[in-house]
Design a protein around this ligand. Structure first.
Ligand code: PEP
Ligand code: MG
Length: 755
């Protein structure tokens, strides 16, 4: 076939016939290797399949000893075949034996062959196996031959992915493709979910790989490229950067690639070997994905992602269908799998059928994670190549507690998880039964238990849980999930809806806490070396009073005729509080002058999350109407440990003397000044944390909705007097001399508290 393109095309057609023959999987493979060897004038053609145990097994050969089939098994990093598999790149050598990675298996009789060409069998960037041809003579295979062998390997990829070869495998040594996999990632939203994969951007499933008429396929490819180019040009011209959530620089990258000659040449070349236009795009895209997975430079990876997206658009254009799953018609128990996703996109899906989310990117502080938590769906992120490892409809389990995903789980794993899900459902039912029970400890101390919220989807939780109110309404969440700046009217509408849903129960609205890790997609981010310590929250609000003023106006209007509580984030000095309070007073005067109905009462308070406030507590408490301790940030600043950095965020225990002493002082001083204090950080959402807080004197806690049931169940069983007697003396001991967490756990166990 050398140099002649008729060769691979004829081969592809013959392979298509073999694929349709009603023969066994082994016979089919045996026929395939004979055909390839003959077509490529090679003395050897072998297929190695990657197994679940990460070894490569010889599944078929023409030319090597037949006895070695299913006997020769190599580590995935062994020899030249292993190198092809791990690098996911072709290796073309005129003298394989001179290569340092060459390793020789006597049972195969390989020593007679010098020339070697191995290509990875790839699907969506994943290596499924290796296809090799060998010749006795020392010769280098031509570019066309390498290309032809790669094209041929697509047929094998489909065969392996179809599961047909599993019948040939011994238990425990099945092909890795389509087999059970446990993937480790990062928990984004707590919960367990069993369901079936829905790809947020589904791969186009190609049913027709082999072209009947190559010229026709080339024309189809050219037409599709022209349309995609025109689309990208149009989007850029319109300046419609919000379209589909793309940013301008991503569109610019699309445009660059859409006109990139190298890429276009690769696509045409793939089609010229005899593939349909869409199969050609898939081949090039699969190579790209394989390289992307091995790329460590984040900038280059991002650009590769852009190119991957563009290939995806091209594929959609070629198949003429919009493959995005219907947002309203999700299957039951849908688990979304996506590379990344914006918060608004997640909110588009039908909440009632959505159970879980798996992302390749996205940390716990990402906006989509916040929405996932608000929706109460299990979510796991940072699973490399998640979208390439699953197919639509695959069974999948999302473990948002351990941060794990089980793809195509074996029956024992599935039933173990199903049991855990049933157990959790029973517990939820028990929590619901507590809804109307007044929240007081066993010895009759009332505790005001409230919810943290921030989105419309949070509002039903108030009625569901029977919470005493919203102790922290994070107004920035509306800003974070919006594609553009919410106008005063949109803010007003949300705040009214919140007050309506609360039905007279108190709601503490916190003014915008943006900056730091809370970035708005449409606001130019200011480059800062230490964003957590930077220009954020009330600092930004006071420097840009227009923004704060319009928010406060929306709040005051929404609170017309009712009680309104406004709280400021990240206050560091009493002076900042005074300035912010003045803005509220001015807005009230303004509204009064214009005849708006005013709130019946306005209370103004502050978050306590910056340690400097600890040294001006008396002055602060003399000014504020209430205080709310943000233990997340307070911990971060007390210990100088970034709350978003997993390496350090769990390094210091909040249930230790230094933090508990600080928290006690805040509670004592607030009581002395007659000012209500709530704790709204994550500490209150952990039953053991809530127990400690009650012991320190906190009588008001605001928790994340999923923690409401567990914390309330604990409080109802808790003896306040006993736990206070235990904890307070421990704080008098030298710091570090007592393991306070262990003591509290032991107390909970002895009292049979539900921790
Ligand atoms: C906190 O810092 O504890 C807090 C509740 O605020 P956020 O988590 O929104 O920063
Ligand atoms: Mg905070």
């Amino acid at each position: 076939m050398r140099g002649a393109l008729g060769g691979p095309r004829v081969l592809l057609r013959r392979l298509r016939e073999v694929m349709a023959e009603p023969v066994s999987a082994q016979e089919r493979l045996d026929k395939i290797v004979v055909l390839i060897a003959a077509n490529m004038v090679a003395e050897v053609c072998s297929v190695y399949v990657l197994r679940v145990d990460e070894t490569l097994e010889l599944y078929a050969t023409e030319g090597l000893n037949r006895q070695a089939v299913h006997q020769t098994v190599m580590r995935a990093d062994e020899g030249l075949v292993g190198l092809v598999a791990t690098e996911a790149n072709p290796i073309n050598l005129s003298d394989a034996q001179a290569h340092p990675a060459f390793s020789y298996r006597p049972e195969t009789g390989e020593e007679a062959y010098h020339a070697f060409l191995g290509v990875p069998i790839l699907r969506a960037g994943n290596t499924l196996g290796v296809l090799v041809v060998q010749n006795r003579a020392r010769r280098t295979y031509s570019e066309e031959e390498v290309e032809a062998l790669q094209t041929t390997s697509m047929v094998l990829a489909e065969m392996i992915a179809s599961g047909e070869l599993s019948t040939l495998a011994r238990p425990g040594a099945e092909p890795a493709a389509h087999h059970a996999q446990r993937l480790k990632g990062v928990a984004l939203a707590e919960g367990l979910a069993l369901g079936h994969v829905v790809l947020h951007e589904p791969r186009v499933v190609i049913t027709n790989i082999v072209a009947d008429n190559v010229q026709k396929e080339l024309k189809r490819l050219d037409a599709a490229i022209a349309t995609v180019r025109a689309d990208v040009d149009l989007m850029l011209e319109r300046g419609d950067v919000a379209d589909g959530g793309e940013h301008r620089d991503v569109l610019e990258a699309y445009r660059m690639f859409a006109y990139d000659r190298g890429w276009l040449h690769k696509l045409r070349e793939a089609v010229m070997t005899g593939l349909t236009a869409e199969a050609g795009v898939e081949r090039v895209q699969s190579d790209l994905r394989a390289r992307m997975l091995r790329q460590t430079d984040p900038y280059i990876r991002d650009r590769m992602h852009d190119l991957d997206d563009l290939a995806h658009r091209l594929m959609r254009q070629l198949t003429g269908k919009d493959h995005a799953p219907s947002r309203e018609q999700l299957p039951e128990n849908a688990i979304l799998v996506a590379r990344s996703m914006g918060p608004a996109a997640l909110l588009d899906y039908d909440r009632r059928r959505l159970r879980g989310l798996v992302l390749e990117e996205g940390g716990p502080t990402s906006h989509v994670s916040i929405v996932a938590r608000a929706l109460g769906i299990a979510a796991v992120g940072e699973i490399p190549n998640a979208t390439g490892l699953v197919d639509s409809g695959d069974a999948i389990i999302v473990d948002g507690i351990m941060g794990e995903v089980h793809v195509r789980p074996p029956p024992d794993i599935e039933s173990a998880y199903a049991e855990r899900v049933r157990f959790r459902a029973r517990r939820q039912a028990q929590y619901r039964a507590l809804r109307d029970v007044p929240c007081a400890t066993k010895d009759g101390v009332p505790v005001t238990l409230m919810l943290n919220a921030g989105l419309v989807v949070d509002l039903p939780h108030i009625a569901e849980t029977g919470a005493a109110g919203i102790g922290l309404f994070r107004t920035e969440l509306q800003f974070m999930v919006s594609p553009s700046f919410p106008r005063t009217n949109e803010q007003y509408t949300l705040y009214r809806a919140v007050l309506d849903a609360a039905e007279g129960r108190p709601v503490i609205f916190r003014t915008l806490d943006i900056g730091g890790d809370k970035v708005l997609p449409y606001m130019r981010a200011v480059e800062e070396e230490n964003p957590a310590l930077g220009w954020r929250a009330i600092r930004l609000g006071l420097d840009r009073p227009g923004l704060l003023r319009s928010q406060i106006r929306a709040l005051c209007r929404a609170g017309g005729g009712r009680e309104l509580k406004i709280m400021f984030p990240m206050v560091s000095t009493v002076d900042e509080f005074d300035q912010a309070k003045t803005i509220v007073e001015r807005e009230l005067t303004h509204l009064r002058r214009h005849g708006y109905p005013l709130p019946e009462r306005v209370e103004v308070g502050t978050m306590l999350e910056v340690p400097s406030l600890l040294f001006q507590l008396d002055e602060l408490l003399a000014r504020v109407d209430f205080l709310s301790v943000g233990s997340n940030d307070l911990m971060q600043f007390l210990y100088a440990a970034d709350r978003g950095n997993a390496r350090v965020s769990d390094r210091f225990d909040p249930l230790s003397a230094p933090v508990l002493r600080v928290l006690k002082e805040i509670a004592d001083k607030s009581r002395a000044h007659g000012r209500p204090v709530t704790l709204c950080g994550e500490l209150a959402s952990k039953p053991l944390g809530a127990l400690a807080l009650v012991a320190l004197g906190y009588r008001s806690l605001s928790v994340t909705p999923s923690a409401f049931g567990p914390v309330k169940a604990l409080l109802l069983e808790l003896d306040t007097e006993k736990v206070t007697q235990l904890l307070c003396p421990l704080l008098e001991q030298p710091a570090g001399s007592v393991a306070i967490r262990e003591k509290l756990s032991a107390f909970a166990a002895a009292e049979s508290l539900p921790i």
